[in-house]
Design a protein around this ligand. Structure first.
Ligand code: ATP
Ligand code: MG
Length: 508
């Protein structure tokens, strides 16, 4: 068999943990090879070893049959290996082309030849159907486009083997479809892809084979044609996973959150929330369904105090909370699981334990008379780490060193534990493995049953349908219709989200 990549008996340790314990991975030329495993199983670590970011303690890497010593990412590039990371590494104020050529600029008489580079970027973009504008600034383009810039960056450096670390976690359903087409066009040109994803549907749809790792150990490689999502899930988790969420009908009580005629502008000054009305009651989960870019982020940020409103009212109980500071909003009884965990969720260079009291460290029992009690902080942190299954060597480990999914579980634990009246959950299961998703869904339903109000934002219709008691469809800055999940289906919901108001809304 012709393998482009062979990783044999790879071992990689971090202080207090063996992230990769004797793992094998063999990738054939021209295939899309999935790498599947729970949060913290060691997938990103293994790929960072292949890309030369980490040196393994043991094991051998072969590239096209030849033993390779990948001491840094430049060596990986020279061997034709490219990586699109879980968290992008682009310079915001630079253009697409400037980002792509960074570090490998084509020189003409000692000067960077940007024109030539732009042309090359344009050609690559067209060849693989990426549709990227080489002159756009990174900060002006969508997350989906930024990801394509990362892909172009690897292609520009001549990558033949592409590593994608959870590329679809940050994408909308439409962008995912397009990325899948891009991956297919890459392999049809002879490239090979290693794809990390938690979405079993994606594995079933595009991958040829799938290697499963569990708690740092290799479980084996299966042929995707010969497996199914249920088997994949139990291979990775080591037990049966239920895909549907069980819940009893909601019994909503008084209105907790009430929004009237709200108007909010985005960073560019464009009005994105345009006179929106919405109520969320105690004991119910209201899901906001909508195509990305219809004002959802601005709405959530306005409620959480992260963005100024233009006009209108946001009330919690009978108290107006419009334009309060984030801390005041928090103290009034609102929790926020943010969409962007690095921007709003964590201080990456703080220990994970201290991150778990970010909103409460100034209160008892964590502070007394202005003095922090680290004993109490770490006791709380350890309880939450245990309860939410946050996999980390200990509470003193920096948040940065946790795997993406475990960072997310830590934020959810912190936000839910404060027993707020309202939980804003913006894409709460982004980047989580199927087992963790099952757990988080259960927890949110439990919170509902304790009488909390839950406002859920998700781009995954399956999650919206499974979890919501009521679905509010957001289009062009307003809630345009409301449906009950049992009275609709994904297709009708899709039509409503596209602004088609004649589609079936519940109860009509
Ligand atoms: N730089 C680091 N320093 C210390 N520990 C680390 C570091 N990077 C990863 N780890 C640990 O290694 C283990 C594997 O992490 P890794 O990021 O590879 O998981 P993953 O499979 O990619 O998970 P996820 O699906 O959540 O992204 C985790 O326990 C993590 O905390
Ligand atoms: Mg990872």
């Amino acid at each position: 068999m012709d393998y482009v990549i062979e990783m044999l008996n790879i071992r990689k340790e971090f202080p207090g943990i063996v992230a990769n314990d004797n793992i094998n991975l063999q990738v054939e030329k021209g295939e899309i090879h999935a790498l599947l495993g729970e949060n913290g199983a060691g997938k990103s670590t293994l790929m960072n070893v292949l890309f030369g970011l980490y040196q393994p303690e043991k094991g051998e890497i072969r590239v096209r049959g030849e033993k390779a010593n990948i001491t840094d990412p430049n060596v990986a590039n020279d061997l034709g290996i490219g990586m699109v990371h879980q968290h992008f590494m682009l310079v915001d104020t630079f253009t697409v082309t400037e980002n792509i050529v960074l570090g490998s600029e084509p020189k003409k008489m000692g000067q960077v030849n940007l024109k030539k580079a732009e042309q090359e970027v344009q050609e690559l973009s067209e060849r693989y159907g990426l549709n990227v504008d080489p002159r756009a600034k990174i900060r002006d383009i969508s997350v989906g486009m930024q990801q394509r810039v990362e892909i172009l960056k690897t292609l520009y450096r001549g990558a033949e083997i592409l590593i994608f670390d959870e590329p679809t976690a940050v994408l909308t359903p439409q962008e995912i479809k397009e990325l899948i087409e891009i991956m297919k066009s890459l392999v049809s040109e002879g490239k090979s892809i290693i794809l990390i994803t938690h979405k079993l549907k994606e594995i079933m749809e595009v991958c040829d084979r799938c290697t499963v790792i569990r708690k740092g150990q290799g479980i084996g490689t299966v042929d995707v044609k010969e497996t199914n999502p249920t088997e994949l899930a139990s291979l990775m988790v080591g037990r049966e996973v239920s895909f549907s969420t069980e819940k009893t009908p909601a019994t909503p009580k008084e209105t907790y959150l009430s929004i009237r005629d709200l108007r909010v502008k985005d960073v560019r000054g464009v009005e994105m929330v345009k006179g929106l009305n919405l109520d969320v009651r105690a004991g119910e989960i209201v899901g906001i369904a909508g195509v990305d870019g219809n004002g959802q982020s601005e709405l959530i940020e306005a409620i959480a105090g992260l963005r100024k409103t233009e006009s209108g009212d946001i009330k919690l109980h009978d108290k107006v909370i419009t334009n309060l500071s984030p801390r005041k909003v928090t103290q009034s009884g609102i929790s926020h699981i943010p969409q962007d965990r690095h921007k709003f969720g964590l201080v990456l260079d703080f220990p994970i334990g201290e991150n778990m009291v970010l909103q409460t460290y100034y209160d008892k029992p964590f502070s007394k008379n202005g003095v922090m009690s680290f004993k109490n902080i770490y006791q709380k942190a350890n309880e939450l780490i245990e309860e939410y299954d946050v996999r980390t060597p200990d509470a003193y480990t920096k948040a940065r060193a946790l795997s993406g999914g475990n960072q997310q579980k830590a934020i959810i634990g912190r936000e839910v534990d404060r027993s707020p009246d309202l939980i804003i959950a913006a894409q709460p299961t982004r980047g989580l493995d199927v087992g963790a998703i099952e757990f988080i869904h259960k927890r949110l339903i439990e919170e509902r049953d304790k009488g909390r109000a839950v406002l859920l934002l998700s781009f995954e219709l399956e999650e919206i349908m499974n979890l919501s008691d009521r679905i509010a469809v957001m289009f062009d800055g307003q809630i345009v219709s409301e449906v009950k999940p049992e009275e609709t289906n994904e297709q009708d919901l899709g039509l409503l989200m596209a602004g088609n108001t004649t589609a079936k809304a519940g109860g009509e």
